[in-house]
Design a protein around this ligand. Structure first.
Ligand SMILES: [Ca+2]
Length: 116
């Protein structure tokens, strides 16, 4: 089950994601189309359940952010900010709040977020 590794603007591999390097644009035709979602880069794809799961699967956050993907606001376990962490996009887990490490570009995870 090889997946195209999304080539995001960051230009580096995101370790620990489910994506692995593969050929460009080879969405597996063996999969039903409803199981597959495209990233902002049409050459990259993810599984549909990776959309709006808070994790940057596409590499450019197009699976989490408009205009490519429309997601509901961050859920109760998440804090909304512009994340500085490659793994996350618009929401970070509240468990990262108040841990003395910056995860939001505006530091709101350390100063505004009430905590986990
Ligand atoms: Ca995702």
């Amino acid at each position: 089950m090889n997946k195209v590794f999304p080539q995001g603007h960051h230009g580096k591999a995101a370790a620990g994601t489910k994506a692995v390097p593969g050929g460009a644009g080879d969405v597996p035709h063996s999969l039903p189309s409803f199981l597959v979602a495209h990233c902002g880069d049409p050459a990259s794809w993810i599984y549909s359940d990776q959309k709006c799961d808070g994790t940057n699967n596409c590499g450019d956050c197009s699976d989490e952010l408009s205009p490519v993907t429309v997601c509901a606001p961050c859920g109760p376990g998440w804090w909304h900010c512009s994340s500085t962490v490659f793994k996350y996009c618009d929401c970070i887990p509240r468990s990262l709040c108040r841990d003395r490490v910056q995860h939001c570009s505006d530091w709101s995870d350390e100063y505004a977020c009430p905590g986990p």
